[in-house]
Design a binder for this molecule. Structure first.
Ligand SMILES: Nc1nc2c(ncn2[C@@H]2O[C@H](COP(=O)(O)OP(=O)(O)OP(=O)(O)O)[C@@H](O)[C@H]2O)c(=O)[nH]1
Length: 140
């Protein structure tokens, strides 16, 4: 059953609760589990600390989470699913992942075209395609 979740995965979001240190410590186990299921390194992964509206109860300092995120090559987002003031970060998570996936797809497409010797032809004949083929960046 678990295998099913990892098959053809496009992105991974690791979520911990900023008010529960145990949930942060458990991340290591989740990352190992993810690696154990052979999720490729190019699959974008982000780290999300939720419940940041509960300021009085915070157990996981942002600096610690940031260090952990850096060490695992992930971006960190601190969010609240409850507080509308913090909820824009929820949207940012998905925008960020969408951007990365789009950039990846453009690069993959370009590489495929290169292998097939088609890039030159597209560069000269289709201006509209030129940007999407050659720009790996994100315009969002
Ligand atoms: N204050 C606050 N409460 C939240 C937030 N997100 C979820 N909750 C609350 O936390 C409780 C558990 O939420 P679930 O969505 O069931 O999450 P879960 O991972 O299954 O449960 P927990 O591990 O207990 O957090 C519910 O009462 C939610 O309303 C948040 O950002 N801020």
């Amino acid at each position: 059953m678990v295998e099913h979740y990892y098959r053809n995965v496009h992105a991974v979001i690791f979520v911990y609760d900023v008010t529960k240190m145990a949930s942060f410590h458990n991340l290591k186990m989740w990352i190992e589990e993810c690696n154990g299921h052979a999720v490729p390194p190019f699959v974008p992964k982000v780290l999300v600390g939720n419940k940041c509206d509960l300021r009085e109860q915070i157990q996981v300092p942002s600096s610690v989470a940031l260090k952990f995120a850096d060490a695992h090559n992930m971006l960190l987002f601190e969010t609240s699913a409850k507080d509308p003031k913090e909820s824009q970060n929820v949207e940012s998570i998905f925008m960020c992942l969408a951007c990365r996936l789009k950039a990846q797809k453009s690069l993959l497409y370009r590489d495929m075209e290169r292998q097939q010797g088609k890039v030159q032809k597209l560069e000269f004949t289709q201006d509209a395609n030129k940007n999407s083929l050659l720009n790996g960046g994100c315009a969002v």
